[in-house]
Each structure stands twice: as C-alpha cells, then as structure tokens.
Design a protein around this ligand. Structure first.
Ligand SMILES: *[C@@H]1O[C@H](CO)[C@@H](O)[C@H](O)[C@H]1NC(C)=O
Ligand SMILES: *[C@@H]1O[C@H](CO)[C@@H](O)[C@H](O)[C@H]1NC(C)=O
Ligand SMILES: *[C@@H]1O[C@H](CO)[C@@H](O)[C@H](O)[C@H]1NC(C)=O
Length: 316
C-alpha cells in the first residue's frame, strides 16, 4: 500500500522567470528553477509539453514540467548569487489509497503560497487546508557524516538561520514540497490553481476531505542546494521571490504524461523501495542524455540573468 517510485530529473532546464500556470503569457514576477519538458514556456499547454524534443527527467513518456523558486544568497554588499544546485530535482510519486487516477490531460496545480511571509498560528491543526499546506513545505539540513540523528523531512517549515545552515548543513540544504493528492475528480485546473485538490489529513497520506475523494499520485519534490559554498561569508539566504524566511516556498506541476502509461505504472509498479528501474512501463534515458536537455533564453528575457552575480533579484 506504500508503493512509490523516485523520478529523477537529472538537471534543470534553466533558471528563468517562466510560470505558465500562475503568470500565463508573460514573464513571472520571480525566477524558477525549471525541470522536465523542453517546450516549457510562458504559455505552454499539455500538448506543447507533449511535443517537446527532450526532457531533463528520467522517463521518456513523461513530458511534465516541474518548478520551484531557487535558493539565492544575498551578500552584505547587496550582490545576489544563486546557490549552486546539486543535481536537478528528485520527484517522488507516492501511491497512497485506493483507485488512484493518472493526472488527466490538462491537469496542473500549485503547492505552497508565494505570498506567505509567516506561519499561521494553527500550524498543528490537522483539519484546515491552510495548516496542512504549510506543513507540506520543508527545509532539511543534510550532513551525511553526522553522528547525531539526521533531521527528518518536512519537520522544519521555514529557512533556518544562516548560523544553523553554516554549522549543520555540511552537505547542503534540501528544499521539500509535498503536493495535495486528494482531488475533486473532475477539474483539471482552477483559477487559484489549488481549489481542485486538497491535502489528506496527514499531509502525505491519510483521509481525504469531503468532496475530494478521488486519489492522485502524491507528488513530493526535493531540490538540494550547496549552501556550504557560502559558509563563513556574511549575508543571508533567501528565495528568488525575496522571501528570506522561507514561508512562501512553493512549486508547480504541469502534467505532460502519456496518461495511459502513467495509469499502467500506477496499477502495476508497486515497488516499496521506490526503484524506478523496476517499473517496466517506463522507457528510461541516461542521466547524461537528460542533462543535455536545456531551455534557451526566451528573447524577452535576453537581458537578465537569474543566476548572478546580480545587483537585484531577477524580476526586482
Ligand atoms: C560583493 O561581494 C561579493 C562577495 O565578496 C563579490 O563577489 C562581489 O563582487 C561584490 N559586489 C560588489 C558590487 O562589490
Ligand atoms: C495530526 O498530524 C500529526 C502530524 O502529521 C500526526 O502525528 C497526528 O497523529 C495527527 N493527529 C490526528 C488526530 O490525526
Ligand atoms: C537588451 O539590451 C539591448 C542593449 O541595451 C537592447 O538593445 C535590447 O532592446 C534589450 N532587449 C530587451 C528584450 O530588453
């Protein structure tokens, strides 16, 4: 019942102000680290993604797009750099519950709230979607040689202070995002990009709320950032939207799956170790081939680099 697979996106396509879900048709207000299908652009649709010539992720029948804000570093003199991203994005497809449906054609959703700047007081509540959504965001220090117990995923819901990052995140900081997996069963998209889906009562798994009884794969994004590159350098970490506390961490999913393949994988690939190679429904490509899939700079963004060093955040 706890079957899942880990889908690696071996590298990012690029870092640009692109978000066809929230900022459709125009550059988004802040930069995203983009993964998946190469046809991702300001107004890409399911069919655009499907006709991509490549994906930076492992499965050739998955032309989905996956993106989040990158982690940035603000030097005391005002210069901003992106934090080096370790690899691309690791996406877990968890299969919780019965009768899980493949994401339908045109399906898209956002998890997290780009406008949030503090935690709500009811963070421990298990009944409100607002509280569950905030617990779906995580910042975990990585220290592979640690003798103490490793930090658990989704336990810290904000960016740790730089002194904690410097002392504890020897192998970097992992940014985590769990998506809602309960669905209204009909809508593929909604005006706020979220009200067609809901979290089960334990965020990852659990009971779905009334009206959202259909189950989708429970997506979980991980990106790792080499914060150690800024150890003992004065300044602070922040997200690309200017949030230096991390409460606004968020991410987007735009479906680009061959839906029949995804449904067969949901039905047949019940590996409890998450090994994607064990799923016979998938055609896999090599990490080196996936990593050659990149996005060209859109002409309208020709004069900005979101990588840095920058005098201001891209999108200001
Ligand atoms: C600010 O400091 C950083 C790190 O020392 C340096 O790379 C950058 O060139 C400086 N920027 C300016 C405008 O002096
Ligand atoms: C509420 O959520 C927490 C954290 O997910 C969990 O440990 C606890 O068992 C939940 N409480 C109930 C009553 O389900
Ligand atoms: C980029 O900068 C060049 C040189 O300043 C300018 O001619 C061009 O119009 C700019 N392009 C855009 C898309 O802003």
């Amino acid at each position: 019942s706890d079957a899942f697979w880990r889908l690696p996106c071996y590298s990012r396509l690029g870092v640009f102000r692109i978000d066809p879900i929230v900022s459709r048709g125009a550059p988004s207000t802040h930069a995203h680290t983009l993964h998946g299908a190469q046809n991702l652009n300001f107004k890409s649709t399911y069919y655009d993604l499907l006709s991509s010539s490549c994906t930076s992720c492992a499965v050739l029948q998955d032309m989905s797009a996956y993106w989040t804000p990158p982690l940035m570093f603000y030097h005391l003199n005002g210069t901003i750099d992106i934090v080096p991203q370790v690899g691309g994005m690791l996406i877990y497809y968890h299969l919780f519950g019965e009768n899980i449906k493949a994401f339908p054609i045109g399906f898209e959703m956002v998890a997290g709230d780009a406008g949030r700047r503090s935690a709500s007081t009811l963070l421990t509540d298990n009944t409100t979607q607002t509280a569950l959504a905030q617990r779906a965001v995580g910042f975990t220090c990585l220290d592979y040689k640690a003798t103490a117990k490793a930090e658990g995923a989704l336990e810290r819901h904000h960016l740790p202070h730089k002194s904690i990052i410097d002392s504890k995140c020897t192998d970097g900081l992992r940014l985590e995002l769990m998506f809602p997996s309960c669905w209204d069963g009909t809508s593929v998209a909604t005006h706020d990009h979220k009200s067609h889906v809901a979290y089960p009562h334990l965020v990852r798994e659990g009971k779905c709320p009334d009206g959202f009884e259909s189950r989708l794969p429970a997506l979980y994004y991980e990106t790792v950032w080499n914060t150690a590159a800024f150890r003992d350098i004065d300044g602070h970490f922040l997200l690309s939207n200017g949030d230096h506390r991390g409460y606004s961490y968020h991410g987007d999913f735009q479906n680009g799956w061959d839906t029949d393949v995804l449904q067969r994988a949901i039905n047949n690939c019940r590996n409890s170790l998450g090994l994607i190679d064990d799923c016979k429904e998938f055609s896999l490509q090599s990490p080196s081939k996936a990593s050659r899939c990149t996005l060209a700079t859109p002409a309208i963004l020709a004069n900005e680099s979101c990588i840095g060093p920058q005098a201001r955040l891209c999108g200001n």
